[in-house]
Design a protein around this ligand. Structure first.
Ligand code: FEO
Length: 170
C-alpha cells in the first residue's frame, strides 16, 4: 500500500506524517498567541496585544504554508484540532518567556523534520523547510530581544508601561 501511495505523492510519506504533526503545532501556536493577545488586551497592554494578534496570524500562515505544500504535492493535509489553551498568566514577562519556550520547541520540531528529510533523501521537502529554519531563528531572536528589556528595566508598573510602548512586531 505504501508503495502505491509513494508513486502518487512527491514527498516521502513519513515526512508527510511529520509535516501533518507540524500543522497541528503551528495551529496550537496560533491559538496560544491569540490567548496571550487577549490577556494583554484585558491588562491594558495595547502594543503587546497587537504584537500577539500579529504573531497569531503569522502562525496561521505557517500552518497554511505546510498545509498547501502537502496538498500541492499529492499528499493529504489534515485540519488540526486545537485544545488545552492556557488563558491564565501572572505577568507580561511570563507570557514572553512562555512564547520563547514555545518557539524553541517549534525550532526543535522543524530541525527534526529536516533531519528526517535528509535520512530519506527527500530534498524537495528539505528545501521547502529551509524557509522555516530561517523564520525560527528570527522569531527566537525577536522574543529574546524583548525579554532582555525586562532584565534591563524590571517589571514594576512604570517599567511595564515603558516596555509595552517599545514592543513592536517585525
Ligand atoms: Fe511557526 Fe513560530 O512557529
Amino acid at each position: 500500500m505504501k508503495d502505491i501511495v509513494r508513486q502518487k505523492i512527491g514527498i516521502n510519506v513519513d515526512v508527510m506524517d511529520l509535516l501533518n504533526e507540524q500543522i497541528s503545532k503551528e495551529a496550537h501556536s496560533a491559538a496560544v498567541y491569540l490567548a496571550m493577545a487577549s490577556w494583554c488586551d484585558h491588562n491594558g497592554l495595547t502594543n503587546s496585544a497587537e504584537f500577539f494578534y500579529k504573531q497569531s496570524a503569522e502562525e496561521r500562515e505557517h500552518m497554511l504554508k505546510i498545509f498547501n505544500f502537502i496538498n500541492d504535492n499529492g499528499g493529504t493535509a489534515y485540519s488540526p484540532e486545537v485544545n488545552n489553551i492556557n488563558h491564565e498568566y501572572n505577568s507580561l514577562q511570563e507570557i514572553f518567556e512562555t512564547a520563547l519556550d514555545q518557539e524553541i520547541q517549534i525550532t526543535k520540531s522543524i530541525n527534526n523534520i529536516v533531519t528526517r528529510c535528509r535520512k530519506v533523501q527527500d530534498y524537495g521537502s528539505e528545501n521547502f523547510l529551509q524557509w522555516f529554519v530561517q523564520e525560527q531563528m528570527e522569531e527566537e531572536n525577536q522574543f529574546r530581544r524583548i525579554l532582555e528589556m525586562f532584565d534591563l528595566m524590571g517589571t514594576d508598573g512604570i517599567a511595564l508601561k515603558f516596555i509595552d510602548e517599545r514592543i513592536k512586531h517585525d
